[in-house]
Design a protein around this ligand. Structure first.
Ligand code: URA
Length: 235
């Protein structure tokens, strides 16, 4: 097994960052520091140490949470607010894949697999996120067209790749985006004078919260994760 994969699969970091640890001379095999990225190890026989501490392979975990309001998407918070990690019953160290705002609800993935997370968040992968927003006032047809064409945010052209308005309520708008900049949906609407009153992510990379109430979660099974990985070949 490749050394960087072994380090990533021990839950310490992603494969890319593992390579950095190797080149920095922080990894040893059977007591010998290695800086060669091409090294293979035998997990059954070799002992791998990170800064002198033995590391072991960890089971990979994947959770799908329907995030409720009032939780911060982080592993800890300096203001002592509740974190999404508190909603998941596991002793393993997991982290959220990307971020939802404190009062945003809906699909949030959590895992201890850094490669899975990097793949989902990689800008070149164009992973789809679908949000349902409730605005402070009705959206105009002209602005719908503008959002499709794109506007400039932080000096970058930014688009909703799809936008649909409820026929009965022009404040209820469903948008598709393929990027994970913080507050992206709110900033897009705000640029044209709308305030987002409510925001729910209804899909992320095709994962949805079907059958999950807010605050409930389930484990993703191996098949779901493998399907995702197969359809989104490595970075
Ligand atoms: N865009 C936002 O503005 N907020 C979120 O929570 C997610 C996307």
């Amino acid at each position: 097994m490749r050394l960087n994969k072994y380090i990533a699969d021990s839950g310490i970091t992603s494969r890319r960052k593992a390579e950095q640890l190797i080149t920095e001379g922080r990894i040893s095999i059977n007591g010998q520091i290695v800086t060669n990225l091409a090294v293979d190890i035998d997990p059954a026989r070799d002992s791998v140490e990170y800064d002198g501490e033995k590391i072991r392979l960890k089971k990979k975990l994947y959770f799908l949470l329907n995030k409720p309001k009032g939780y911060i998407t982080s592993t800890s918070d300096e203001k002592n607010r509740r974190t999404v990690i508190e909603l998941i019953n596991t002793r393993e160290k997991i982290f959220p894949v990307g971020r939802l705002d404190y009062n945003t609800t809906g699909v949030l993935l959590l895992s201890n697999d850094g490669d899975f997370s990097n793949l989902l968040l990689h800008p070149k992968k164009n992973i789809k996120r679908i949000y349902k927003a409730i605005l402070d006032h009705d959206i105009s047809d002209e602005h719908i067209a503008t959002f499709r064409k794109g506007i400039f945010i932080d000096n970058r052209r930014s688009v909703f790749t799809d936008i649909n308005v409820s026929p009965k309520n022009k404040k209820a708008v469903t948008v598709t985006v393929v990027e994970g900049r913080n507050h992206f949906v709110k900033n897009m609407f705000s640029a044209l004078g709308y305030t987002v009153i409510q925001l729910e992510r209804i899909s992320f990379a095709g994962f949805t919260c079907e059958d999950l109430q807010q605050g409930q979660y389930r484990k993703l099974d191996e098949r779901e994760v493998q399907n995702f990985l197969l359809n989104n070949a490595k970075i």
